[in-house]
Design a protein. Sequence first.
Length: 287
Amino acid sequence: MPLQPTSDTYVTTSRLTHHYVQWGEQGTPIICIHGLTANAFFFQAIVEDLARDHRVFAYDLRGRGRSDQPEHGYSVPIHAADLSALIAALGLEAPIILGHSLGASIALYFAANYPTQLSKLILADGGAPLPWQTVEDQPAWLTTAISRLGVAVPSYQEYIQRLKAAPFLGPYWNEYMDIYFENDVVQHSDGSVLSRSYREGVLEEGLNSDEARPEEQWSMVQSPTLILRAGQELVMPHDQLLSETAAATMQQAIKNSQLVNFPTLNHYTLLFNVEPEPIEAIRTFIS
């Protein structure tokens, strides 16, 4: 049975109110930052191991999950400022920061600009410039993830069946994905469901992507850093978010960093406990 949270609640910072989840009650704190259209429970699979001797926190970004959804104010620097306020509100001292996808970009910016507020940095399949220039050029899997936002689906069962039809999810489905997607939606009285992610906020972040160029942050990172790269294609050839070249460039530019490639895992399965190697790499790094 999946590990139950120690707490599943809210914290009000100097900026807004975040929903967050905690697993584990002792040890060095780890704060997990999810991706573009995700929520805190994306990390349920890896906390099964880490919470044995760490306090693991995962929170919903502004505009996602059960956190506040301001009408405007979405960019990587804004998310990083939210994280700084969250750490202060929770009374945490120099936590380990782990970010996935967009969360990796936020974690990178945070490490570069708030260097005294973390001890180590983990970038999971993110933290480099996007490998496309326009919305039209973005990969099909990302377009699909964004297109579901703001669109009601007649039932939760149909919602899940659509997700399981994706070649990068369905064949690897497990109980951790069930937990994650159960927390992805709000259910209406007629049985229909709607993603909790605020579509307009996600789109605004795309417009503000130049506010935090990852390549300008790399040399500013002072914390020991682990880079995890998912090498498996999702839908089309070469549609990974983090290319081998970009990952290698990151590793060279970030002082005291190491890179681990996972050729049989994709952008999503990297942290869903489909294979044990990612959590083993994380545990070795933080230990």
